[in-house]
Write a protein that binds this ligand. Structure first.
Ligand SMILES: Cc1ncc(COP(=O)(O)O)c(C=O)c1O
Length: 429
């Protein structure tokens, strides 16, 4: 992998500290390539069937604007069917919910939703975003849209969300204060599939408190074959159906970048009540952009209609399950990790492990070990996303975990772990 093709050029300003790190490593003319297991990106594993469609001739019109804010009309129709089928939804798209295509990443759709909910901005009382921590970087998205971010801890033992903390936070809202609860049931970084019962309780509690809900289903399709991913969107529709009047706004985003290894395409599905999708796409999104990257949407529409895309997902799920078993064995057999010190999980493209004991006394232990490990082996793991450094208004303690991206093929993961073993990096170190 030629990293210079994807890293910020040296000399250009960047906020990605990893770009600098990798440049520094490469400039030292190392004997071995770096192995990048930090952000969830391989640059090599895009679904072959998808890239084949992109390489085939696409309709001429796809190089132009589309005169709609819901995405390429064909993709929007395909997504309606895809979301209804894969989430096993009872209602009718266009009536009970609507689906649009996001074309610049679901992160942007979340940001638009945050802006939409706080429009016009409430200058008296900042709206609150309730997010579980550690978690993906919802904090930056909402903080930059003017929200106060309140971090709710996950149980340190089970990594499940704590209902008691959520209720306390909802009870603490001031009258008429705007709030949004974020639910990421296939959870990044813990790789835990949140219990359906918990998700239902969370949704009920938010609805009762009048809080908006954002469901992030980025990894809904990325899970071990033997588990049923908790279907937060379906639960939400079941719960909102009980309150036809006065349901707070909600949105479910599903990035397609993770499940097909095509993060650079920016394509995802955004689902919500028809009136919310109307405002989100036709007003909030329109403030910043027209629909773009239409050729990619053409290719994605064809791929989603091809039965091969389901077959690809089935094979990918088995591969992830195999990788989890393989990595767990390596941790135990070769790196001396006792059971309970790593979390193989069952969904997402990650797993989590504790840093070796001797590093625990360092002030920023996980970050310190991560750098040590990179220096000695060329293997770069990830910090829990939304690590304290990046988090405005953080309320939780840093953890002693690193996150390992397991998207690359098994030989790459084996090479990475073998390097740790050879460098004498074990749990007891
Ligand atoms: C949990 C989670 N949500 C959302 C995203 C954003 O995805 P997109 O590429 O659609 O903006 C990511 C990607 O890093 C993610 O891990």
């Amino acid at each position: 992998m030629d990293f210079t093709k994807v890293l910020s050029s040296p000399g250009l300003p960047t906020r990605f500290s990893e770009a600098e790190l990798l440049h520094g490593y490469l400039n030292s003319e190392p004997a071995r390539e770096p192995i990048y297991l930090s952000l969830g990106e391989t640059w090599t594993e895009a679904a072959p069937g998808l890239t084949r469609v992109l390489a085939s001739p696409l309709p001429t019109h796809s190089h132009g604007y589309v005169v709609t804010q819901y995405g390429l009309p064909r993709l929007q129709l395909v997504l309606r069917t895809y979301i209804k089928r894969t989430h096993d939804l009872r209602g009718e798209p266009g009536e009970d919910f609507e689906v649009a295509a996001s074309c610049a990443g679901t992160r942007n759709a979340m940001f638009d939703f945050a802006r939409m909910l706080n429009s016009p901005p409430d200058h008296q009382t900042a709206p609150v975003a309730l997010v579980f921590s550690p978690g993906w970087d919802y904090a930056s998205v909402f903080a930059s849209a003017g929200y106060r971010v309140q971090h709710l801890p996950l149980s340190p033992q089970t990594s499940y969300p704590s209902m008691a903390h959520l209720r306390e936070a909802l009870d603490g809202l001031q009258p008429a204060q705007r709030a949004v609860l974020v639910i990421n049931a296939q959870h990044n970084p813990t790789a835990i599939n949140w219990r359906a019962d918990d998700v239902r309780q969370m949704i009920r509690a938010a609805l009762a408190a009048g809080a908006a809900i954002l469901i992030d289903d980025a990894y809904f399709a990325v899970h071990n074959p033997d588990i049923e991913p908790t279907n937060a969107l379906r639960i939400l529709l079941e719960e909102t159906a009980k309150h036809p009047a006065g349901t707070p706004p909600w949105l479910a985003v599903r990035s397609l970048g993770k499940q097909f290894h095509c993060n650079g395409w920016g394509i995802g599905a955004v689902t919500g009540p028809p009136a919310v999708i109307d405002q989100l796409m036709n007003t909030t999104q329109f403030q910043r952009s027209f629909i773009s990257a239409v050729p990619l949407q053409e290719a994605m529409a064809s791929w989603l209609q091809d039965p091969q895309s389901d077959a690809y997902l089935a094979a990918m799920r088995q591969q992830y399950a195999d990788k989890r078993i393989h990595v767990a064995r390596f941790f135990v057999d070769r790196l001396g990790y006792p059971e309970g010190t790593f979390q193989t999980g069952e969904c997402t493209s990650y797993l989590r492990f504790q840093i070796p004991r001797p590093y625990w006394h360092h002030p920023d232990a996980a970050a310190f070990f991560r750098m040590e490990c990179f220096r000695r082996t060329g293997v770069l793991f990830g910090l829990d996303p939304g690590h304290l450094d990046d988090m405005p208004h953080a309320a939780i303690q840093p953890t002693f975990h690193l996150r390992m991206f397991i998207g690359p093929p098994i030989p790459v993961l084996t090479d990475a772990l073998e390097r740790l073993a050879q460098a004498g990096i074990t749990f007891a170190d």
